[in-house]
Design a protein around this ligand. Structure first.
Ligand SMILES: Nc1ncnc2c1ncn2[C@@H]1O[C@H](COP(=O)(O)OP(=O)(O)OP(=O)(O)O)[C@@H](O)[C@H]1O
Length: 701
């Protein structure tokens, strides 16, 4: 705050008299300047006295001539004030001596000015303003918010920090009642009770503050109340953060102690700060016995899991060692230095200690499990091989299999022809498992069994949202699924022309494009197609694309129907008997007569029909030996073409049938005639029983 002096306020160049000025001249000066008196100075400007109207009147009353010099009459004892004095000292003198005007002198007593009452008032006004500005500046400098109210509760002080903390500006608060601007301040209470309050928490829109409040007392009267407050929002945030950090530290502690792996924490000097239970167990030592020890001492004492630490410090990076400890446990310990990002100095070292002994036990368990699964897999494979085994006793089938075996290793397209149920699917698998793709998948698609509109998306796949009902993430088609393996398209003759065209593109370019997709993806599969239709004829009629036909017909293999290879019937019967006996845990056998019936049947449904019949016989037979009674009707209704012609019998056929069936009753049932008719015919045509059979005609066996 600026210091004020008399010289800042005095009237300079005051009107003054000389000691040899006459009373008349002095009176003339008083009258001209309308003043009551004037200081008298000598030739050096030094104040020597004071001459006033009173002196003039006294001279006149005393009859002194007006030419008398003022020096004779003037008052010599003059109250002065120094120009370097503060205005307060002028005030004190003026009050003390009852003077309205004070001559101002310099340090050499030379008159330099006059200090009047008006100038003194001005000096005090200036001083007052300075003090107020200074106090305001002091208040504004304070980091605490300060808010003061007068005894009526009107805000009189609201410093800058108060504005910053509360978000209110001084102009909108000062001179307003505290209840209108900060109703939660609590200052009115202080005014009423006259009691100070500390640590009062006030919440503002943007901050939380802690306030200390006190009454302002003057004399014995409460003239106001003041509140000093601090923004604690940051402190609150910090304390919340501190809470979080504390919680995290606790959680970390829990994780470390719950870890099944040994964890030890060392300081930058290699001294143990912390270690968990798992570590104690691995080293066989309670933590408190080694906590605080340095690595060197630890190693000397035989705690070898810490051997990784010196290595890690040397290379300033993680280091591992495998050691057998005194506890007999083999451990893998890894020491990792934690480096301070700024100084690049090592701050901590973490040692992880993994018990390899337990790992070894786990590994052994795993290997045992693996062996078990391997054995199961082998047995499953054997089962599947048994399932996929092809029975081929007939020379035609044996030749066919030899061809299939020869072509299997080459990636050429194969076309399998044959009636339904002859084993086309089985042959396709036979080829796949003998090819270089045997480890890959074999995807079998029956083109006749899937509706055309579905078949396209099934074969080619689709992208997300390609059509209504499409799976959201899209789907790979069967062609893609055959990647690295074999795609078996059964009933290829049933493919529509448009799908034939698409398939041709895939076969030629080895690229497949999902429905709704613009990009094609490469595919690698071997194609085996099959049909029971005459594809060549279909090509001629324009029902099958010629180019596709030639593409797939690289190696044609035709499976003959079962009726053309009766030698396969008996081995097939045994094959399926064995399969279903095993499946249902039974031990059925087929009676020789039953076998004869089965051999005689023409098997229009081929091997599939035979398989179904065998399953049915195994399951439905009441006796262990399956007799002809158990056979389904269609098998027992055997007709030999040309045997019965308008009531005439072809004797050789009749004899053969009788030999196979072994009883006239069965022959009669098979031919749909009465048993006596059969007996009559045999007699009529002179049936001679074979040597192996019992003689004569058997009526009911
Ligand atoms: N020679 C065989 N040896 C053993 N089982 C066979 C033989 N031939 C066919 N089978 C069996 O007969 C059933 C029908 O065979 P497969 O499904 O292969 O015939 P397919 O010609 O593909 O019939 P479709 O054309 O009607 O699909 C299958 O259970 C198959 O295992």
């Amino acid at each position: 705050m600026q210091t004020l002096f008399i010289r800042d306020f005095m009237a300079r160049e005051p009107i003054c008299l000389r000691p040899d000025d006459t009373i008349r001249e002095a009176a003339a000066v008083f009258s001209r300047h309308e003043i009551d008196g004037a200081p008298v100075v000598d030739g050096d400007g030094k104040l020597t006295g004071l001459f006033t109207k009173t002196h003039v009147m006294r001279a006149m009353a005393g009859g002194l001539p007006l030419t008398t010099p003022v020096g004779h009459l003037m008052r010599r004892q003059v109250y002065t004030i120094c120009e370097d004095d503060p205005p307060e000292s002028a005030w004190e003198k003026a009050v003390k001596y009852g003077i309205g005007r004070l001559p101002v002198v310099d340090r050499n007593d030379r008159l330099v000015g006059m200090m009047t009452r008006t100038r003194l008032v001005y000096a005090f006004e200036q001083k007052y303003k300075n003090i107020i500005s200074f106090l305001n500046a002091v208040l504004d400098c304070a980091l605490s918010g300060i808010c003061a109210v007068n005894e009526e509760g009107v805000v009189v002080v609201f410093n800058q920090s108060a504005a910053r903390i509360t978000g209110l500006c001084a102009e909108e608060v000062v001179n307003r009642h505290i209840n209108d601007v900060i109703p939660q301040s609590g200052l009115l209470e202080v005014l009423q009770t006259g009691k100070a309050s500390y640590g009062h928490k006030i919440i503002f829109r943007q901050s939380t503050v802690i306030a200390n409040q006190a009454p302002v007392i003057y004399g014995d009267k409460i003239i106001g109340a003041v509140s000093l407050f601090h923004d604690i929002s940051e402190v609150e945030t910090l304390s919340q953060q501190l809470e979080t950090v504390k919680r995290m530290a606790q959680e970390l502690d829990i994780i470390i102690s719950a870890s099944s792996e040994g964890i030890a924490l060392l300081d930058q000097e290699g001294k143990i700060i912390k270690l968990n239970r798992a570590y104690e167990q691995v080293e066989g030592v309670p933590g408190e016995k080694i906590r605080g020890l340095r690595v060197k001492e630890l190693i000397q004492k035989g705690y070898l899991s810490f051997l990784a630490v010196p290595a890690a410090l040397e290379k300033n990076g993680p280091a591992c060692v495998i050691e057998r400890l005194r506890t007999g446990r083999e451990v893998l310990s890894t020491a990792t230095p934690i480096v301070d990002e700024q100084s690049r100095n090592i701050r901590r070292i973490v040692v992880n200690c993994r018990d390899l002994t337990e790992l070894a036990v786990l590994r052994r368990q795993l290997e045992e499990e693996r062996a078990r699964y391997h054995a199961q897999l082998e047995s499953l494979r054997a089962e599947s091989w048994e399932r996929d085994k092809i029975v081929a006793a007939s020379s035609s089938m044996r030749e066919l299999l030899a061809v299939a075996e020869r072509v299997a290793p080459y990636d050429s397209n194969v076309l399998i022809l044959g009636e339904s149920g002859t084993g086309k699917d089985l042959l396709a698998r036979f080829i796949h498992y003998r090819s270089a793709r045997s480890a890959g998948p074999v995807i079998s698609v029956n083109c006749a069994a899937i509706p055309e509109n579905l078949l396209e998306s099934e074969l080619f796949g689709y992208t997300a949202g390609a059509f209504t009902g499409a799976e959201r993430q899209g789907k790979a088609g069967l062609i893609e699924l055959a990647e690295g393996g074999t795609l078996f398209l059964n009933e290829i003759g049933d493919l529509s022309l448009s799908l034939q065209a698409k398939l041709l593109t895939v076969i030629q370019e080895k690229l497949v494009r999902r429905l709704g997709e613009t990009k094609s993806r490469p595919v690698d599969f071997r194609l085996i197609a099959a049909t029971n239709r005459d594809l060549a004829e279909m090509v001629r009629k324009g029902l099958f694309r010629g180019d596709l036909y030639y593409r797939i017909n690289v190696i044609p293999i035709t499976i003959p129907p079962l009726r053309e290879r009766p030698e396969d019937i008996v081995p097939l019967v045994h094959h399926f008997l064995h399969r279903y006996n095993r499946k249902f845990n039974l031990d059925r056998q087929v009676a020789p007569e039953t076998m004869e019936w089965l051999k005689s049947y023409s098997w229009p449904g081929n091997v599939r029909e035979l398989e179904n019949v065998m399953e049915r016989l195994v399951v439905t037979s009441v006796a262990q030996v399956i007799t002809p009674d158990a056979l389904p009707e269609q098998i027992k209704k055997i007709t030999f073409p040309g045997m019965l012609k308008k009531g005439n019998v072809e004797p050789a056929g009749l004899f053969k049938l009788y030999q196979r069936m072994g009883s006239t009753r069965r022959v009669a049932a098979a031919l749909g005639v009465h048993q006596s008719t059969v007996v009559r015919w045999l007699k009529k045509y002179g049936y001679k029983p074979a040597a192996s059979r019992s003689g004569g005609v058997n009526n009911d066996a």
